[in-house]
Write a new protein. Structure first.
Length: 331
Protein backbone atom coordinates (compact mmCIF):
# COMPACT_ATOMS: atom_id res chain seq x y z
CA UNK A 1 0.00 0.00 0.00
CA UNK A 2 1.34 3.41 -0.95
CA UNK A 3 0.06 6.88 -0.14
CA UNK A 4 0.74 10.36 -1.39
CA UNK A 5 2.79 12.62 0.83
CA UNK A 6 4.46 16.00 0.44
CA UNK A 7 8.22 16.53 0.42
CA UNK A 8 10.77 19.23 -0.35
CA UNK A 9 13.10 18.39 -3.25
CA UNK A 10 15.57 20.13 -5.53
CA UNK A 11 15.99 19.29 -9.21
CA UNK A 12 19.32 21.13 -9.31
CA UNK A 13 21.48 22.84 -6.67
CA UNK A 14 20.78 26.53 -6.21
CA UNK A 15 19.43 29.29 -3.99
CA UNK A 16 16.64 28.78 -1.48
CA UNK A 17 14.09 29.11 -4.28
CA UNK A 18 15.42 25.90 -5.84
CA UNK A 19 13.45 23.99 -3.20
CA UNK A 20 10.00 22.88 -4.31
CA UNK A 21 7.13 21.11 -2.55
CA UNK A 22 6.43 17.94 -4.54
CA UNK A 23 4.13 14.96 -4.17
CA UNK A 24 5.82 11.62 -3.48
CA UNK A 25 4.65 8.04 -3.01
CA UNK A 26 5.43 6.52 0.40
CA UNK A 27 4.97 2.78 0.83
CA UNK A 28 5.50 0.17 3.51
CA UNK A 29 8.82 -0.24 5.34
CA UNK A 30 11.09 -3.10 4.33
CA UNK A 31 13.37 -5.13 6.59
CA UNK A 32 15.22 -2.88 9.03
CA UNK A 33 13.05 0.14 8.16
CA UNK A 34 10.23 2.14 9.72
CA UNK A 35 7.67 4.63 8.44
CA UNK A 36 7.35 7.80 10.49
CA UNK A 37 4.78 10.59 10.25
CA UNK A 38 6.46 13.85 11.10
CA UNK A 39 5.26 16.40 13.62
CA UNK A 40 8.22 18.79 13.44
CA UNK A 41 11.35 19.16 11.30
CA UNK A 42 14.74 20.45 12.42
CA UNK A 43 16.72 23.05 10.46
CA UNK A 44 20.50 22.84 10.14
CA UNK A 45 23.23 24.53 8.14
CA UNK A 46 24.13 21.21 6.54
CA UNK A 47 20.77 21.48 4.77
CA UNK A 48 22.08 24.63 3.06
CA UNK A 49 25.23 22.76 2.00
CA UNK A 50 23.07 20.04 0.43
CA UNK A 51 20.77 22.51 -1.31
CA UNK A 52 23.59 24.66 -2.69
CA UNK A 53 25.65 21.72 -3.92
CA UNK A 54 28.55 22.32 -1.52
CA UNK A 55 27.87 18.75 -0.33
CA UNK A 56 26.56 17.16 -3.58
CA UNK A 57 23.60 14.77 -3.50
CA UNK A 58 22.19 12.55 -6.29
CA UNK A 59 19.50 14.51 -8.13
CA UNK A 60 16.62 15.05 -7.73
CA UNK A 61 17.47 15.35 -4.05
CA UNK A 62 15.36 15.29 -0.92
CA UNK A 63 16.59 17.52 1.91
CA UNK A 64 16.51 17.66 5.69
CA UNK A 65 18.44 15.74 8.35
CA UNK A 66 16.37 15.65 11.55
CA UNK A 67 12.76 15.39 12.63
CA UNK A 68 10.35 14.03 15.21
CA UNK A 69 7.06 12.24 14.82
CA UNK A 70 5.08 9.06 15.39
CA UNK A 71 6.00 5.58 14.13
CA UNK A 72 3.29 4.39 11.69
CA UNK A 73 4.74 1.06 10.55
CA UNK A 74 7.67 -1.18 11.43
CA UNK A 75 9.56 -3.49 9.07
CA UNK A 76 10.86 -6.98 9.68
CA UNK A 77 13.68 -7.21 12.20
CA UNK A 78 13.01 -3.90 13.94
CA UNK A 79 12.65 -4.50 17.68
CA UNK A 80 13.51 -1.19 19.37
CA UNK A 81 10.51 0.69 17.96
CA UNK A 82 6.79 -0.06 17.81
CA UNK A 83 3.80 1.44 16.01
CA UNK A 84 2.61 4.47 17.96
CA UNK A 85 5.96 5.29 19.52
CA UNK A 86 6.99 8.92 19.68
CA UNK A 87 10.37 9.08 17.96
CA UNK A 88 13.10 11.39 16.69
CA UNK A 89 16.24 11.13 14.61
CA UNK A 90 19.23 12.67 12.91
CA UNK A 91 19.90 10.56 9.88
CA UNK A 92 21.45 9.61 6.64
CA UNK A 93 20.09 9.63 4.00
CA UNK A 94 18.65 13.17 3.87
CA UNK A 95 14.92 13.50 3.39
CA UNK A 96 13.41 14.81 6.64
CA UNK A 97 11.66 17.74 4.89
CA UNK A 98 8.46 15.78 4.30
CA UNK A 99 5.17 14.84 5.91
CA UNK A 100 6.07 11.14 6.19
CA UNK A 101 8.86 8.84 5.04
CA UNK A 102 10.24 5.32 5.10
CA UNK A 103 13.79 5.24 6.46
CA UNK A 104 16.39 3.06 8.20
CA UNK A 105 15.28 2.20 11.72
CA UNK A 106 18.83 2.22 13.11
CA UNK A 107 18.82 6.05 12.86
CA UNK A 108 15.62 6.46 14.85
CA UNK A 109 15.24 6.43 18.63
CA UNK A 110 12.26 6.55 20.95
CA UNK A 111 11.62 10.07 22.25
CA UNK A 112 11.21 10.34 26.03
CA UNK A 113 7.76 11.45 27.17
CA UNK A 114 9.31 14.48 28.89
CA UNK A 115 10.53 15.88 25.54
CA UNK A 116 7.93 17.39 23.19
CA UNK A 117 7.98 17.07 19.40
CA UNK A 118 9.29 20.59 18.79
CA UNK A 119 12.25 20.01 21.11
CA UNK A 120 12.84 16.55 19.70
CA UNK A 121 13.12 17.92 16.17
CA UNK A 122 15.37 20.77 17.26
CA UNK A 123 17.81 18.76 19.36
CA UNK A 124 18.83 15.60 17.55
CA UNK A 125 21.42 16.61 14.95
CA UNK A 126 22.63 19.60 16.95
CA UNK A 127 22.61 17.85 20.31
CA UNK A 128 24.29 14.71 19.00
CA UNK A 129 26.89 16.92 17.35
CA UNK A 130 27.60 18.62 20.67
CA UNK A 131 27.79 15.16 22.27
CA UNK A 132 30.37 13.74 19.88
CA UNK A 133 32.43 16.94 20.03
CA UNK A 134 32.59 17.39 23.79
CA UNK A 135 32.48 13.72 24.78
CA UNK A 136 34.24 11.90 21.94
CA UNK A 137 36.48 14.34 20.04
CA UNK A 138 39.05 15.16 22.67
CA UNK A 139 42.63 16.45 22.81
CA UNK A 140 45.58 14.38 23.97
CA UNK A 141 44.99 13.50 27.62
CA UNK A 142 41.30 14.38 27.40
CA UNK A 143 39.52 17.32 29.03
CA UNK A 144 39.16 17.98 32.75
CA UNK A 145 37.19 20.50 34.81
CA UNK A 146 38.80 23.91 34.54
CA UNK A 147 40.22 23.39 31.03
CA UNK A 148 39.69 26.09 28.42
CA UNK A 149 38.05 25.22 25.08
CA UNK A 150 37.23 27.54 22.19
CA UNK A 151 33.87 27.18 20.44
CA UNK A 152 33.05 29.19 17.32
CA UNK A 153 29.49 30.16 16.30
CA UNK A 154 28.51 29.65 19.91
CA UNK A 155 25.10 31.36 19.62
CA UNK A 156 23.84 28.85 17.05
CA UNK A 157 21.90 25.66 17.72
CA UNK A 158 24.96 23.48 18.34
CA UNK A 159 26.78 26.28 20.12
CA UNK A 160 24.12 27.01 22.74
CA UNK A 161 23.88 23.31 23.57
CA UNK A 162 27.68 23.12 23.79
CA UNK A 163 27.87 26.17 26.09
CA UNK A 164 25.53 24.53 28.58
CA UNK A 165 27.03 21.06 28.31
CA UNK A 166 30.58 22.37 28.70
CA UNK A 167 29.57 24.23 31.85
CA UNK A 168 28.00 21.05 33.24
CA UNK A 169 31.32 19.28 32.60
CA UNK A 170 33.22 22.03 34.43
CA UNK A 171 34.93 23.31 31.28
CA UNK A 172 35.64 26.98 30.67
CA UNK A 173 34.19 27.54 27.20
CA UNK A 174 35.35 30.62 25.29
CA UNK A 175 32.62 31.50 22.80
CA UNK A 176 32.88 33.48 19.59
CA UNK A 177 29.96 35.05 17.76
CA UNK A 178 29.32 37.82 15.25
CA UNK A 179 27.51 40.38 17.40
CA UNK A 180 27.36 41.64 20.97
CA UNK A 181 23.82 40.26 21.24
CA UNK A 182 24.97 36.79 20.22
CA UNK A 183 27.87 36.98 22.66
CA UNK A 184 25.46 37.86 25.45
CA UNK A 185 23.32 34.87 24.50
CA UNK A 186 26.32 32.52 24.71
CA UNK A 187 27.25 33.93 28.13
CA UNK A 188 23.68 33.49 29.34
CA UNK A 189 23.89 29.81 28.38
CA UNK A 190 27.07 28.98 30.22
CA UNK A 191 30.03 30.31 28.25
CA UNK A 192 32.80 31.54 30.55
CA UNK A 193 33.92 34.22 28.06
CA UNK A 194 32.57 35.55 24.76
CA UNK A 195 34.37 37.31 21.92
CA UNK A 196 32.73 39.33 19.15
CA UNK A 197 35.04 38.32 16.30
CA UNK A 198 33.80 41.23 14.16
CA UNK A 199 35.26 43.71 16.65
CA UNK A 200 38.17 41.82 18.23
CA UNK A 201 41.08 39.66 17.15
CA UNK A 202 39.78 36.47 18.70
CA UNK A 203 43.17 34.74 18.72
CA UNK A 204 44.78 37.59 20.64
CA UNK A 205 41.84 37.70 23.05
CA UNK A 206 42.04 33.94 23.66
CA UNK A 207 45.73 34.28 24.54
CA UNK A 208 44.84 37.07 26.94
CA UNK A 209 42.07 35.08 28.62
CA UNK A 210 44.29 32.01 29.03
CA UNK A 211 47.35 33.91 30.25
CA UNK A 212 49.19 33.11 27.04
CA UNK A 213 48.73 29.36 27.34
CA UNK A 214 46.07 28.89 24.66
CA UNK A 215 43.31 26.29 24.65
CA UNK A 216 43.51 22.51 24.50
CA UNK A 217 40.91 22.24 21.73
CA UNK A 218 39.10 24.44 19.19
CA UNK A 219 35.69 23.38 17.86
CA UNK A 220 35.21 25.20 14.55
CA UNK A 221 32.21 24.99 12.21
CA UNK A 222 32.98 28.30 10.48
CA UNK A 223 35.89 27.12 8.33
CA UNK A 224 37.77 29.49 6.05
CA UNK A 225 37.37 32.73 8.02
CA UNK A 226 38.50 31.33 11.38
CA UNK A 227 41.01 28.63 10.39
CA UNK A 228 44.31 30.51 10.80
CA UNK A 229 43.20 32.28 13.96
CA UNK A 230 41.99 29.00 15.43
CA UNK A 231 45.39 27.35 14.98
CA UNK A 232 46.96 30.34 16.75
CA UNK A 233 44.71 29.76 19.77
CA UNK A 234 45.97 26.26 20.52
CA UNK A 235 48.42 25.27 23.22
CA UNK A 236 51.19 22.79 22.34
CA UNK A 237 49.72 19.37 21.44
CA UNK A 238 46.31 21.06 21.07
CA UNK A 239 43.54 19.67 18.87
CA UNK A 240 41.92 21.57 15.99
CA UNK A 241 38.45 20.17 15.29
CA UNK A 242 37.06 21.41 11.97
CA UNK A 243 33.48 20.17 11.66
CA UNK A 244 31.87 22.66 9.25
CA UNK A 245 32.46 25.21 6.52
CA UNK A 246 29.91 27.99 7.02
CA UNK A 247 32.28 30.66 5.64
CA UNK A 248 33.90 28.44 3.00
CA UNK A 249 36.18 25.43 2.79
CA UNK A 250 39.48 25.35 4.69
CA UNK A 251 42.47 25.67 2.31
CA UNK A 252 45.04 22.88 1.93
CA UNK A 253 47.23 22.57 5.02
CA UNK A 254 51.00 22.17 5.18
CA UNK A 255 51.86 19.63 7.85
CA UNK A 256 54.87 21.76 8.71
CA UNK A 257 52.45 24.37 10.02
CA UNK A 258 51.32 21.94 12.72
CA UNK A 259 54.90 21.38 13.79
CA UNK A 260 55.73 25.08 13.88
CA UNK A 261 52.68 25.90 16.00
CA UNK A 262 53.39 23.31 18.68
CA UNK A 263 52.97 19.72 17.46
CA UNK A 264 49.26 20.28 16.87
CA UNK A 265 46.63 17.69 16.01
CA UNK A 266 43.88 18.24 13.39
CA UNK A 267 40.72 16.24 12.73
CA UNK A 268 37.73 16.60 10.40
CA UNK A 269 35.01 14.47 12.02
CA UNK A 270 31.42 13.91 10.95
CA UNK A 271 28.43 13.06 13.08
CA UNK A 272 27.39 10.18 10.87
CA UNK A 273 30.60 8.26 11.42
CA UNK A 274 29.61 8.19 15.09
CA UNK A 275 26.02 7.20 14.25
CA UNK A 276 27.05 4.28 12.04
CA UNK A 277 25.41 1.63 14.25
CA UNK A 278 22.15 1.46 16.13
CA UNK A 279 24.05 0.79 19.36
CA UNK A 280 26.23 3.90 19.12
CA UNK A 281 23.23 6.00 18.03
CA UNK A 282 21.24 4.85 21.06
CA UNK A 283 24.14 5.38 23.48
CA UNK A 284 24.73 8.93 22.24
CA UNK A 285 21.00 9.73 22.26
CA UNK A 286 20.63 8.36 25.81
CA UNK A 287 23.36 10.72 27.04
CA UNK A 288 21.77 13.66 25.19
CA UNK A 289 18.31 12.88 26.54
CA UNK A 290 19.81 12.61 30.02
CA UNK A 291 21.30 16.09 30.08
CA UNK A 292 18.13 17.58 28.58
CA UNK A 293 15.61 15.88 30.88
CA UNK A 294 17.80 16.70 33.91
CA UNK A 295 17.68 20.39 33.01
CA UNK A 296 21.45 20.71 32.59
CA UNK A 297 20.90 21.55 28.92
CA UNK A 298 17.90 23.45 27.61
CA UNK A 299 17.10 23.37 23.89
CA UNK A 300 16.59 26.96 22.74
CA UNK A 301 14.11 27.21 19.86
CA UNK A 302 14.21 30.77 18.57
CA UNK A 303 12.67 30.24 15.12
CA UNK A 304 9.41 28.42 14.35
CA UNK A 305 8.05 28.14 10.81
CA UNK A 306 4.67 26.74 9.78
CA UNK A 307 4.35 24.21 6.97
CA UNK A 308 6.72 22.80 4.36
CA UNK A 309 6.44 25.90 2.18
CA UNK A 310 8.14 27.95 4.90
CA UNK A 311 11.41 26.04 4.43
CA UNK A 312 12.45 28.53 1.71
CA UNK A 313 12.32 31.45 4.16
CA UNK A 314 14.02 29.35 6.82
CA UNK A 315 16.98 28.79 4.49
CA UNK A 316 17.17 32.49 3.67
CA UNK A 317 17.35 33.22 7.40
CA UNK A 318 20.05 30.57 7.97
CA UNK A 319 22.24 31.96 5.20
CA UNK A 320 21.80 35.53 6.39
CA UNK A 321 23.13 34.42 9.81
CA UNK A 322 20.26 36.21 11.50
CA UNK A 323 19.23 33.13 13.46
CA UNK A 324 20.15 32.12 16.99
CA UNK A 325 19.56 28.84 18.77
CA UNK A 326 17.55 26.21 16.91
CA UNK A 327 14.79 26.44 14.33
CA UNK A 328 11.96 24.06 13.51
CA UNK A 329 9.26 23.67 10.87
CA UNK A 330 5.92 22.60 12.34
CA UNK A 331 3.60 20.30 10.40
Amino acid sequence: MTRREQAIQIAQPGAAEAMQVVEVQVGEPGPGEIRIRHKALGLNYIDVYHRSGAYPLPLPASLGMEASGVIEAVGEGVTHLQVGDRAAYASQPPGAYCTARVMPARCVVRLPDAIDFDTGAAMMLKGLTAQYLLRRTLPQGGLAAGDFVLFHAAAGGVGLIACQWAKALGLRLIATAGSDEKCALALAHGAAHAINYRREDFAARVREITGGAGVKVVYDSVGLDTWEGSLNCLSPFGLMVSYGNASGFVPPLSLGTLAAKGSLYVTRPTLFTHLATRESTQAMADELFGVVTSGLVKIVIEQRYQGLGAVVQAHRDLEARTTTGSGVVLL
